[in-house]
Design a protein around this ligand. Structure first.
Ligand SMILES: *Cc1c(COP(=O)(O)O)cnc(C)c1O
Length: 371
C-alpha cells in the first residue's frame, strides 16, 4: 500500500449553502467553498435542474457519442462557446477529467509543454499523460517562461497555466504570457476553473479581465462546479481543436455524459450571472473587505483581486490547529497541506462568496484577531 504523510478526513455537512454549513450539529459560517456567486442554491438554478430531471431523468445513461448528448448538453455547449468568445466548446465530466483528456489530445510525445510551477494536480496529470517533454517555469514568471521557450526546441510548444491560481489566489499575467507564447510560436492552454464567473465585468474570465479576446490557437478550459454552481467542465476554442477533442480526448469519449440536470443548472446559472452583474461586484467587494481586514490585523494574505484569500501559516500542525480553533469559533475553512501546496507553505485558504453579509466577514476578522 502506498504511504502518505498527512492523513485527510471527510467532514460531513448535514446541510450546506454558499455561506452556511451544519457540521457536527452546529451551524458554522463557511469560508472555503468555490460557489463564489451563491448560484448553487439559486431558485432558478434549482428549478432548471429539477425540470430537466423530470423531463430526461437524472443520469445521462451513456457516453456523449452514444446516446448521452441531449438538447441540454448541446444548448450548454453553444452558450459556453458564446460566453467564452470561442468558436466551439465541448463538455467534460469534471475539471479533472477535462484537463487529463484535453492536454494529451493537443500535445504528444514529440511536443514540449511549459507549465507553471503552481499548476493544479489535474493539469500536472494531464501533462504527464500526454508524454510530452515538460518544462516547469517559476510561478507567474513570464521572463523565466520566455527563457525556457527560447532554450528548448524540437517539437510543437504549448504553454499551460491557470487563470486564477486555486491555492494562491493570484492572476496569471496573461498579456505577457501570450506575448511570450506568440514570440516562440507556442500554443496556450488556460485553466479557468477559478476565473470563469469571477473575473471580468461580466464574469467571462481572464480574457475579459485584461480586455483581450482569445485568439486562434488558444484553448480555454473551465469548470461548471465553482462559480457556476453546478458540476462538470468544458473546453472552448477553435472548431478544429474541439473536433480533435471529440475524436481523441479519452476522458470525453470513454466516460458517461454529464447528467442533464447539471447542464440545465449551468445554463440557468449563466443566465442569472449575465442578468445580475451586481453579484460580481458584491463578490469583489467582499473579497476586498476580507483582504484589507487581514492586513489591518497583521495577517499577510497572498494573491490579490480574486475571492481566494490564503493566509500562510507554515507548518501543517499549526495550520490544522488554527483551522480547528476557527471551527470552534463558528467558522469553517480547512487547513491546506502538501501535496496540495509546498512543504512549509501550509495555509488556511479563505474564500468569499457574493452572498456573505459584510457582518459575516467582520465576525471572521474578529475571530482571527483573537486566535
Ligand atoms: C477545481 C479545479 C479543477 C478540477 O475541477 P473539478 O470540476 O472540480 O474536477 C481543475 N483545475 C483547477 C485549477 C481547479 O481549481
Amino acid at each position: 500500500m502506498r504511504d502518505f504523510k498527512y492523513q485527510r478526513f471527510l467532514k460531513t455537512a448535514e446541510r450546506i449553502s454558499s455561506t452556511r454549513a451544519l457540521i457536527d450539529g452546529r451551524e458554522v459560517v463557511l469560508f472555503c467553498a468555490n460557489d463564489y456567486l451563491g448560484l448553487a442554491n439559486h431558485p432558478e438554478v434549482i428549478s432548471a435542474a429539477s425540470e430537466a430531471a423530470r423531463n430526461h431523468g437524472f443520469g445521462a445513461g451513456s457516453a456523449p457519442l452514444i446516446s448521452g448528448h441531449t438538447q441540454y448538453h448541446e444548448n450548454l455547449r453553444r452558450e459556453l462557446a458564446r460566453f467564452k468568445s470561442a468558436e466551439s466548446s465541448l463538455l467534460f465530466g469534471s475539471g479533472y477529467s477535462a484537463n487529463t483528456g484535453t492536454i494529451p489530445a493537443i500535445a504528444g510525445k514529440d511536443d514540449i509543454i511549459f507549465s507553471d510551477r503552481l499548476n493544479h494536480a489535474s493539469i500536472i496529470d494531464g501533462c504527464r499523460l500526454s508524454g510530452a517533454k515538460i518544462n516547469i517555469y517559476d510561478h507567474n514568471d513570464h521572463v523565466h517562461l520566455k527563457k525556457l521557450l527560447a532554450e528548448k526546441s524540437g517539437g510543437r510548444k504549448l504553454v499551460v497555466t491557470e487563470g486564477v491560481f486555486s491555492m494562491d489566489g493570484d492572476i496569471a499575467p496573461l498579456p505577457e504570457i501570450i506575448h511570450a507564447a506568440n514570440a516562440y510560436g507556442a500554443g496556450l492552454y488556460i485553466d479557468e476553473a477559478h476565473s470563469t464567473g469571477v473575473l471580468g465585468d461580466t464574469g467571462r474570465g481572464i480574457f475579459e479581465h485584461f480586455n483581450m479576446s482569445p485568439g486562434p490557437g488558444i484553448m480555454q478550459m473551465g469548470t461548471l462546479g465553482k462559480a457556476l454552481g453546478s458540476y462538470g467542465a468544458f473546453a472552448a476554442g477553435d472548431g478544429k481543436y474541439i473536433k480533435l477533442l471529440m475524436n481523441t480526448a479519452r476522458s470525453f469519449i470513454f466516460s458517461t455524459s454529464l447528467p442533464s440536470p447539471a447542464c440545465a443548472a449551468a445554463l440557468a446559472a449563466l443566465s442569472v450571472l449575465q442578468r445580475e452583474p451586481e453579484r460580481l461586484s458584491r463578490l469583489h467587494e467582499n473579497a476586498r473587505i476580507l483582504r484589507e481586514g487581514f492586513k489591518k490585523i497583521g495577517y499577510e494574505a497572498k494573491g490579490g483581486g480574486t475571492p481566494i484569500i490564503p493566509v500562510i501559516v507554515g507548518e501543517a500542525d499549526d495550520a490544522v490547529k488554527l483551522s480547528d480553533a476557527l471551527l470552534i469559533s463558528g467558522f469553517y475553512a480547512p487547513a491546506i497541506r502538501p501535496p496540495t501546496v509546498p512543504e512549509g507553505q501550509c495555509r488556511i485558504r479563505f474564500t468569499v462568496s457574493a452572498t456573505h453579509a459584510p457582518s459575516d466577514i467582520y465576525a471572521l476578522l474578529e475571530a482571527m484577531k483573537r486566535l
